[in-house]
Design a protein around this ligand. Structure first.
Ligand SMILES: NC(=O)c1ccc[n+]([C@@H]2O[C@H](COP(=O)([O-])OP(=O)(O)OC[C@H]3O[C@@H](n4cnc5c(N)ncnc54)[C@H](O)[C@@H]3O)[C@@H](O)[C@H]2O)c1
Length: 274
C-alpha cells in the first residue's frame, strides 16, 4: 500500500504555486518524491517558494513566471516544461483570485452584486476558470497523449454550498454597505466542478483522471470575530490547519486513488453537511 502513495519520478504542475496553499501542495508532492513545478505571476514570490522547498526537500523543483489567463504564456511554459522534464504527470489547478472580504465599508461596496464591476467579474472568471481550462488544454492534452495523468481542480466548500454572508456582517452598517463574498467565487468554484466532471469522462479512456478538491476555510490570520462566527457553522467547530489538505492532495495525486475520477472530495470539517 505504501508504494501507492509514492510520487517518485512524477512531475506535478501547480498553478498559483507561490501562494499560501500552492506551497503546501508543493511540499506534499516533494515529500513523496515528486517534482513540483510552480507557475505564478510574481518572480520574487516564486523564488521564495522554491527556497522554502529546497530547504526541506532534496528534489529538482522548478518555477515559471506566467499569467495562466494568457494562452501564449501557458503554451510557452508547457513547452519549457516538456523540454526540461519530458513529462507531466499531475496538474493542480490551484490559482484563483482569492478575495478576502474586506471591511473597508466604502459607501458603494463593490463586493456586492449590485455594484460588482464587470472588469472584476471578467478577471475572476479568467483566472479561476479560463486559466484552468488553458492549463488542461496544454498539460492535460500532454497527459492524454502519454496515456496517463491526473488533474486536481481546487474548488472550495463554496463550490457546493452558498456563502453565508452573515459571516462578514459589520454591526451598524446598512445592507448596501455590508461586504460580501463576491458572486464570482461561487461561480468559479462551482464551474471547476463542472470542468472536473467533463474532463473525467472526456479523457477517461486515455488514462487521465480528474477530480475536484473542496477545502473549507483554512486558518491564515483571520480576525477573532470571524473565527467565532464560522466555527458555529462547522461541525468540527474549527477551520482547517494549512497542512490538513495535504492528505487529500496526496491521495488524489497518487495511485492510491487509481479508481477515483470525476469525484468531488470535500475537506471541510463537515461544514457542508450541516
Ligand atoms: N485559503 C483558503 O482558505 C481556501 C479555502 C478553499 C479553497 N481555496 C482555494 O485554494 C486555492 C489557493 O488559495 P490560497 O489561499 O493559497 O490563495 P493565494 O492568493 O495565496 O494563492 C493564489 C495564487 O494564485 C496566483 N495567481 C493569481 N492569478 C494568477 C494568474 N493569472 N496566473 C498565475 N498565477 C496566478 C497568485 O499570485 C497567488 O500566488 C484557490 O483556488 C482558493 O480559492 C482556498
Amino acid at each position: 500500500m505504501r508504494e501507492l502513495f509514492d510520487l517518485s519520478g512524477k512531475v506535478a504542475v501547480i498553478t498559483g504555486g507561490a501562494g499560501f496553499l500552492g506551497q503546501k501542495h508543493a511540499e506534499v508532492i516533494a515529500e513523496y518524491g515528486g517534482t513540483p513545478v510552480l507557475i505564478d505571476l510574481n518572480p520574487a514570490q516564486l523564488d521564495a517558494a522554491l527556497k522554502n522547498l529546497a530547504s526541506q526537500y532534496a528534489m529538482p523543483a522548478a518555477s515559471f513566471v506566467a499569467d495562466i489567463t494568457r494562452e501564449d504564456q501557458v503554451r510557452d511554459v508547457y513547452r519549457q516544461i516538456m523540454d526540461r522534464f519530458e513529462r507531466i504527470d499531475i496538474l493542480i489547478n490551484n490559482a484563483a483570485n482569492n478575495p478576502k472580504v474586506d471591511d473597508s465599508n466604502q459607501l458603494l461596496n463593490t463586493s456586492r452584486l449590485e455594484n460588482f464591476p464587470l472588469e472584476l467579474w471578467l478577471d475572476d472568471i479568467a483566472v479561476g476558470l479560463t486559466g484552468s481550462f488553458l492549463c488542461c488544454k496544454y498539460f492535460g492534452q500532454a497527459m492524454a497523449t502519454a496515456g496517463r495523468g491526473n488533474i486536481i481542480n481546487i474548488s472550495s466548500d463554496l463550490g457546493i454550498i452558498a456563502p453565508n454572508q452573515h459571516l462578514y456582517e459589520k454591526e451598524g452598517l446598512p445592507d448596501s454597505q455590508q461586504s460580501v463574498k463576491p458572486v464570482t467565487y461561487s461561480v468559479v468554484k462551482t464551474g471547476l466542478i463542472g470542468l472536473t466532471r467533463y474532463l473525467a469522462t472526456y479523457w477517461a479512456e486515455y488514462g487521465v483522471r480528474c477530480n475536484a478538491l473542496c477545502p473549507g476555510g483554512v486558518y491564515s490570520g483571520q480576525g477573532q470575530e470571524f473565527l467565532t462566527r464560522i466555527q458555529t457553522l462547522i461541525p468540527m467547530a474549527r477551520m482547517a490547519q494549512p497542512d490538513e489538505l495535504k492528505g487529500a492532495v496526496l491521495f488524489l495525486a497518487s495511485e492510491a486513488s487509481s479508481y477515483v475520477t470525476g469525484a468531488v472530495i470535500v475537506v471541510d470539517g463537515g461544514r457542508s453537511v450541516w
